[in-house]
Ligand binder design. Sequence first.
Ligand code: ATP
Length: 236
Amino acid sequence: GGAAPLLSVADLQVRYGPAQALFDVSFELAADTTLAVLGANGAGKSTLARALSGLVPPSGGRIRFDGRDITAKAPDVIRRAGLVHLPEGRGVFPALTVQENLRMGLAVDRADRKAALERAFSIFPVLAQRHRQRAGTLSGGEQQMLSLARALMVSPRLVIADELSLGLAPRLVDVVFENLQRAREAGVSVIMIEQFAHRALGFADRCLILQRGVVAWSGPAEAAGDELLHRYLGEG
Ligand code: ATP
């Protein structure tokens, strides 16, 4: 038998009042794995992301993360357990410096703040060069980098990237993927919700397709072919 999965979701259900958005969603994610979550508009992708990170309470099911039951825990508890939801706090504070922005990613009395800063700077050397520069004067790509670096300050084991590239210029979409790749190289697992299905599949190890709140398909990313995408997303 292999190691226990990093994330284990069993029979997850989410309701918004009378409307049910997720029905018995179950899947597992191994450590050091990137999962692309795909599905048509309204399929429940963002709801899944919100339920995992505690932003909406599940009405049924269990979520285990890194050996703990995190079902219906508060977002801050889940974040401190090592599961970070992006773009939660996507914006940077323009009047603060790069370094001040990064420090806000940590609790005030965090003893290993220096180590966390050094880690962020080693993942994103550009930010080290610019640590005294006000965030508002960074380029769009650098601000995107800073936002992710700040989320990584808690050394998460899993990052949920919900449509990070939505509405971005193509060059910044490239930056998003480059940055997520750096996070991944630093040992972070990623759940990616992405409008560009082919791009997400080229990046991810695994794929899960939602359709009207149920898991319609899951498997290796390279096995999610055009016929499947066409059937569930109307493209490909
Ligand atoms: P998109 O790709 O359009 O962002 P999605 O796959 O992320 O869609 P969700 O945003 O999770 O889908 O929505 C799933 C279903 O839940 C939809 O039918 C949506 O209308 C409904 N829903 C989402 N948020 C709420 C809410 N706050 N209140 C009521 N219904 C909601």
